[in-house]
Design a protein around this ligand. Structure first.
Ligand code: FAD
Length: 673
């Protein structure tokens, strides 16, 4: 792969000539729905939860690791910890924006680029739990270095190969990857962020069928500038035998092939050592055997890859919670203001206690989801998305509070602290590094939509046609009959349960919280049902309502994870009840949040707020922005865009409805695009 200078001013012809029109909202939804995994071959805890069934037996007792694997994993983690402490300097990497070769080579020698790759292919053959712990160790020294390992193994070439690769592909690539050939995952483009419908990178099969010719540009490709291999998602022509009408196919591409070029290195608020860039593909010849999982399966492959790939982010976040806690509790005890340690002032004490309880819950959630994945008994797609979303938000909060507790020293860089002789705790860097977790690998908003889609799935299957405006009358009538029969049984049973019965006594002081979770599952199922009745087909547009539903389910899952972990830890060491104390506080606080969400599902300001947002986009409140120098209309010259501008065929939200205003009713919301 060649690397051009920072910004390439001339966009290549291929993207402009093949630039697609923007997909409509319906097309975008259809593409996402087409690529959605619809099969549920294994049990899903959260899917059952949204249906009103609390299946504690799926999570308790906590799934255990294989002892032989654990012993090998421990030995590896010990060496990795020593290496991280001795060799990885997170402040220097942040300052210089570069992870030194020496660090990557050291990680290669330890086998850290092949942690999960089976031993038969030269990898360490370790579990998701061990992999997560390795990421936590490395990222606690330097999040950018952690991201190298994670982008390579969680979403880079080994992950889709492990899931969908042929034997030949595995034989060819996995040994190389295990030795440390860095890999990347290239889905995002300028017009393709959360919504893959507008994918412009494309590939056409050669006349003799021996190879594909790939052209296009990928944005924000982590590891891309230093990768040897990448998995690239591209549009391929519709063909007989390929199910999708707008197929997307996944290819393994080698970075040193002709036509692959890094045209820009991206720089960010945090993760400053990340190697990330815009990669241009210009008539790259990709052998036909480098298609993974067959033509037209590329988007589904990307989404399924992300489903498991997401499990590493909770581990990063739990590690960040631990670092925040260590920095905060030590400072809270040491720093004296107004006559006592700041941690004894209630305002700081409350922050510290929440941070400790949340960190316990983050570790519980990260370990549980990873163990569930290792056990291979469960479908963890909802749990992984929920954990990714919840952990990234909670870790951000913990990092933010750590900065607040450290006061001015929290805001000061580690280098500056060191230079004036103070302990260089990198709280400021940690916060910058944490922020991206809410955006990549599925933003919080998209995770909520993804989970909400699964939460209402059972209802859509039973009665979806009743609320689908596109369904013909016959299908609607059939759905009404089916729904009537189903709900005549289903609804009364969502009232009957054992939530007040003295169950779960083995959990001691935590039993009451599990009973609350059990009651919550049924109440949540009823609430989803009421939402469907109240909003009908418009429910999918009520993202704030759906978000609350998802948050209730997620908090309940984290409560369960915390209780199960506390129970396991206390059983292992009965003289130490501290895990129960943390789980108890976490559950108390989560219960309060759950009650608030239930209340707000039907009593909220969503419609008013939506109207104000539409008006804000129309410029009605532009007067409010007077008195500053515009941050948007910057008079300084910029480089020619790396991407040609494309004309949108769809209107921007809010621009098409002169009737809408503050006080716009639900119809405006439902008809939005
Ligand atoms: C540091 C970094 C590393 C990355 N690494 C990679 C990588 O290795 N490979 C790769 O392919 N990509 C990578 N990405 C891309 C990343 O996954 C995307 O940024 C992410 O998918 C979001 O896309 P976007 O930024 O275009 O946001 P958009 O999709 O434009 O969204 C903007 C905002 O609108 C919200 N939004 C969008 N649609 C909806 C909706 N329907 N409902 C409600 N809210 C909505 C989003 O949540 C977000 O808040 C990386 C990005 C960064 C910054």
């Amino acid at each position: 792969m060649t690397q051009s200078s920072a910004s390439s001013p001339t966009p290549p012809a291929e993207t402009s000539s093949s630039a697609p029109r923007h997909a409509t909202e319906q097309e975008a939804r259809d593409v996402a729905e087409g690529a959605r995994e619809k099969e549920w071959e294994k049990a899903s805890f959260m899917r059952a939860f949204f249906e009103g069934r609390f299946r504690l037996e799926m999570l308790h007792p906590h799934p255990k690791s294989d002892p032989e694997e654990s012993a090998r994993g421990e030995a590896f983690l010990e060496k990795l910890t020593e290496f991280a402490r001795e060799t990885i300097d997170g402040d220097a990497i942040d300052r210089e924006g570069w992870v030194p070769d020496e660090v990557l080579d050291g990680l290669r020698e330890l086998g850290a680029f092949g942690i999960k790759i089976p031993q038969e292919y030269g990898g360490l053959g370790l579990s998701q739990v061990t992999y997560n712990r390795a990421l936590a160790i490395v990222s606690s020294r330097c999040a950018s270095t952690g991201a190298f390992l994670s982008a390579h193994q969680s979403i880079g070439v080994p992950q889709p190969l492990a899931l969908f690769g042929t034997d030949e592909q595995k034989q060819k690539y996995l040994p190389r990857i295990a030795k440390g050939a860095l890999s990347a995952f290239a889905l995002t483009e300028a017009e393709v962020g959360s919504d893959p419908a507008n994918l412009a990178t494309h590939a056409e099969l050669s006349d003799d069928g021996s190879h594909w010719i790939l052209s296009g540009r990928k944005l924000w490709c982590t590891n891309g500038p230093r990768a040897e291999l990448m998995v690239v998602m591209a549009r391929t022509p519709p063909r007989e035998g390929v199910k999708s009408k707008r197929p997307i196919t996944a290819f393994i591409v080698e970075a040193d092939w002709d036509g692959v070029e890094v045209v820009h290195h991206c720089h960010f608020m945090g993760l400053r050592g990340l190697s990330n860039g815009v990669i241009r593909f210009e008539n790259v010849k990709v052998p036909a055997e480098n298609v993974i999982w067959g033509e037209g399966q590329g988007l589904k492959l990307a989404l399924i890859t992300l489903n498991t790939g997401r499990l590493s982010l909770p581990a990063f976040c739990a590690a960040a919670g631990k670092a925040s806690l260590e920095a905060s509790r030590k400072w809270a005890a040491e720093r004296v203001q107004w006559g006592q340690a700041i941690g004894k002032h209630d305002a700081i004490a409350q922050k510290l206690a929440k941070m400790a309880a949340d960190t316990f819950a983050m570790e519980a959630g990260a370990e549980l989801t990873a163990s569930m994945s290792d056990s291979k008994q469960f479908d963890i797609r909802i749990e992984a998305a929920a954990a990714k979303m919840w952990h990234s938000e909670v870790a951000w909060d913990a990092g933010n509070e750590a900065l607040q507790i450290r006061g001015g020293r929290g805001y000061e860089t580690a280098d500056s602290l060191r230079d004036r002789g103070e302990n260089p705790i990198p709280v400021e860097r940690a916060l910058r590094d944490l922020r991206i977790n809410l955006i990549f690998e599925g933003s919080s908003e998209i995770m909520r939509l993804f989970i909400a889609r699964e939460a209402v799935d059972t209802h859509l299957k039973v009665a979806g046609d009743m609320v689908d405006p596109r369904a013909p009358t016959g299908r609607r009538i059939a759905a009404a009959v089916r729904g009537g029969l189903h709900y005549a049984w289903w609804y009364p049973t969502r009232w009957l349960g054992w939530g007040l019965w003295p169950r779960y006594s083995e959990f001691g002081p935590l039993a009451k919280h599990l009973r609350f979770v059990e009651r919550t599952s049924r109440k949540l199922a009823r609430t989803i049902f009421y939402c469907m009745i109240r909003h009908g087909g418009g429910l999918e547009k009520r993202q704030a309502v759906l978000g609350r539903v998802v948050d209730i389910g997620t908090e309940a899952f984290m409560m369960t994870a915390s209780c199960v972990r506390a129970r396991m830890l206390v059983q292992e060491n009965p003289s130490d009840r501290s895990p129960e104390e943390l789980a108890d506080l976490f559950c108390r606080q989560a219960r309060r949040r759950i009650r608030d969400h239930f209340r707000d599902v039907f009593r909220n300001d969503d419609v008013t707020a939506y109207g104000v947002a539409r008006q804000a986009m129309e410029g009605r409140y532009a007067w409010l922005e007077e008195g500053i120098v515009s941050v948007v209309d910057d008079p300084r010259p910029m480089e020619a865009p790396l991407y040609p501008s494309e004309t949108s065929e769809t209107e921007t939200a809010g621009s098409d409805d002169p009737e809408s205003g503050v006080g716009a009713d639900e119809e405006a919301m439902a008809s939005s695009n």
